[in-house]
Design a protein around this ligand. Structure first.
Ligand SMILES: [Zn+2]
Length: 652
């Protein structure tokens, strides 16, 4: 592999004075860069989190023009009312193309009020506006408020503009297939640079970009900030592509280089699984990273870039595991998700939820490989990795929702569970839902162990098969296709059929202890003999202890009828003042002991009795630790599963 490390500092910065006419129809540029749609984004009030957008549309046909803000964002499965942050919408007929700019105006709104006629805009839906009468060229402008730094929304302040397009772009209905120009007017007196997967317009000053259509623009996040970037040429000579890390964080060069080296390990490890990286558009893949104390923990994968956001305190090896977990997950999506795609998400709807039954695979298998990659490159120790898998197994196997809903059905609940308008407030999600990420990940674990121990195959090979059949060929898949590919890969249609019937379309669970024992691991209770009344959450304050979550079906506390919103007065006569008192009472009890709880329900004092259970939390422990006999075969299976494929390949 020919790898060259280039450290590029924030330096390229230039501002030009472009006229409105150049923006809208760049007739002197190449055909692909000539567009009828152009956006211009500027930041005159970034201190107050505002972004100004101007949209120019030319060659418009007569008839009503409808403009929409998105309600959904690809990669998120819930809806978001992005229009809630839009205001000051105005529209004008453009009657004169050329605008003379004064120096004072440079970098701010290019305005031609005097030369335009104001048009009437009518709000016909919460997020749709109509302009009934207009000429063939219009200018639309609006203000957006953005104060959320994550993979979905918009974050504007004096340090940066972190832009996710669905939260930003008002678009013309019916013109979605048209190519688009987008131009960023950088504020004066800041040293911002632009990071994006969008193609820069060749003869521009690196502030104008081009997208072949609306879908592509919406898939292209942009970070404008004083950031550092590192690039590397990746691959053999003919297929060399560039991998770039753009990091808006407070790290020194050495820390950043060390961190990028870890990313390179992740990329190499995942590349071996598929045998190749996808061909990135314009030959570049960019990790767009934003780290800050007011930043959300999030990751969002796109075709040729990923947004990684976190509030961790710097990128040093001590605290970057959680971030690299996001990196490994999002990078795996460049195959599974961005290119091996479920048919149900084609096309992705911007104005409503896209219902998908295959998130157990596109998200869950990606979850599995994100963690497995970190184990294979050694960022996770075996202990770290087994702890991760234990958490997922505990969560899913203990979930009442996973007992009644199959992974397919659970995937469809993403419409409500994937943070958006609804969220989890006042729902019964604890009883009807479990994460499709975890649900899918434990299925991947079972399938991987079965393929290894029953077929002398592995999940890596199955994924590679899917890449060839559905990723490279750009054929979206259905869950039937996933089953048929498993049948072809294993040459065992019966196995594939039963696996899908029981564990994907049905609610049966694999025997995890049995499967893990084949690699010398045991699935056991984490806290033997620890008394437990259920997974209820409390809010402890100085004056009272309030129940803040619904009880889970079947657990001891569920049977008492104690409800969300009730306050706990005492347990076995002891007043509950804080978490320590509560933990102490449980620590002194044994499973099977009876407990009496005094509580207040809507102003009424009540008493309930329950019998404690044993804490059902699970953990995976090695046979070595348990001093159980372990065979060479078990050890080999485990090594082949968890050891680096890159190292194995280099040793061949
Ligand atoms: Zn994901």
């Amino acid at each position: 592999m020919n790898k060259i490390l280039l450290l590029v500092y924030t330096a390229i910065f230039c501002q030009s004075l472009a006229s409105a006419a150049q923006l809208a129809v760049a007739t002197n540029q190449s055909v692909e860069e000539t567009t009828n749609i152009a956006y211009q984004l500027s930041f005159p009030n970034f201190n107050h989190h505002e972004l100004e957008v101007i949209l120019w549309i030319t060659n418009l046909k007569p008839g009503p023009l409808q403009l929409r803000m998105s309600r959904a964002s690809a990669g998120r499965y819930g809806t978001h009312e992005f229009a809630k942050n839009m205001y000051n919408l105005q529209a004008f007929d453009v009657v004169r193309n050329t605008v003379t700019l004064t120096k004072k105006q440079a970098g701010y709104l290019i305005d031609n009020f005097q030369t335009s006629k104001k048009l009437t805009t009518k709000q016909i839906e919460a997020d749709v506006y109509e302009i009934a009468q207009h000429g063939d060229k219009v200018k639309i402008q609006y203000t957006l408020y953005g104060h959320t730094i994550d993979g979905t929304y918009l974050g504007i302040d004096e340090t940066h503009a972190h832009i996710n397009m669905p939260a930003t772009i008002l678009w013309a209905i019916g013109l979605e297939k048209e190519p688009i120009q987008i131009r960023f007017e950088l504020p004066i007196n800041v040293d911002w640079e632009i990071a994006t997967q969008l193609k820069p317009i060749s003869d521009s000053t690196m502030v104008s970009y081009w997208a072949p259509n609306l879908t592509y623009l919406m898939d292209s996040p942009v970070e404008l900030s004083q950031h550092k970037s590192i690039s590397i040429a990746w691959g053999k000579r003919k297929s060399t592509q560039t991998l770039t890390l753009v990091s808006h964080s407070n790290d020194d060069d050495t820390t950043l280089i060390n961190y990028f080296n870890q990313i390179k390990q992740i990329v190499a490890e995942q590349e071996v699984i598929f045998g190749e990286l996808p061909k990135f558009d314009y030959g570049t893949y960019t990790f767009i990273q934003d780290i800050g104390s007011d930043t959300q923990i999030d990751g969002m994968s796109h075709r040729n870039s990923a947004v990684i956001t976190s509030n961790i305190d710097g990128l040093s090896h001590q605290n970057n595991k959680s971030l690299l977990e996001i990196v490994a997950h999002e990078f795996f999506h460049i195959w599974n998700g961005a290119r091996i795609k479920p048919k149900s998400l084609e096309p992705f709807h911007l104005e409503k939820t896209s219902l998908c039954s295959e998130l157990w695979f596109s998200e869950g298998f990606t979850q599995y490989y994100g963690d497995l990659t970190l184990a294979r490159v050694g960022i996770f120790s075996q202990e770290d990795y087994l702890k991760k898998m234990s958490t997922m197994l505990s969560e899913v196997l203990g979930s009442p929702g996973a007992k009644i809903y199959s992974p397919e059905q659970m995937s469809r609940y993403a419409a409500f569970a994937d943070t958006g308008v609804g969220g989890s407030t006042n729902t019964n999600q604890v009883n009807i839902y479990t994460s499709y990420h975890y649900y899918g990940a434990i299925i991947a674990l079972a399938l991987d162990l079965r393929l290894r121990t029953e077929f002398k195959l592995d999940l890596d090979g199955y994924l590679k098969h899917l890449w060839k059949r559905y990723g490279k060929t750009k054929n979206a898949y259905t869950s039937d296709d996933l089953q048929l590919t498993l049948a072809a890969y294993t040459h065992n249609a019966k196995f594939a059929h039963e696996f899908f019937k029981n564990y994907i379309w049905g609610t049966q669970k694999n025997d995890y202890d049995k499967l893990l024992s084949r690699v010398g691991l045991k699935l056991t209770k984490a806290n033997t003999d620890k008394a437990w009344l259920g997974t209820l959450k409390f809010n402890f304050t100085k004056t009272q202890t309030t129940v803040v979550s619904n009880a889970l079906f079947g657990q001891p506390i569920y049977k008492t009828g104690i409800d969300i919103g009730d306050t706990i007065l005492s347990i076995d006569g002891i007043e509950i003042k804080d978490a320590a008192v509560y933990e102490d009472i449980l620590a002194q009890r044994k499973p099977g002991d009876e407990l009496s709880i005094m509580y207040n329900h809507r102003g009424q004092k009540k008493m309930a009795n329950l019998f404690l259970d044993e804490d059902p939390t699970l953990k995976i422990v090695s046979f070595e630790e348990l001093k159980l006999p372990i065979t060479e075969k078990m050890k080999t299976f485990r090594t082949e599963w968890l050891a680096s494929k890159v190292v194995a390949k280099n040793q061949q």
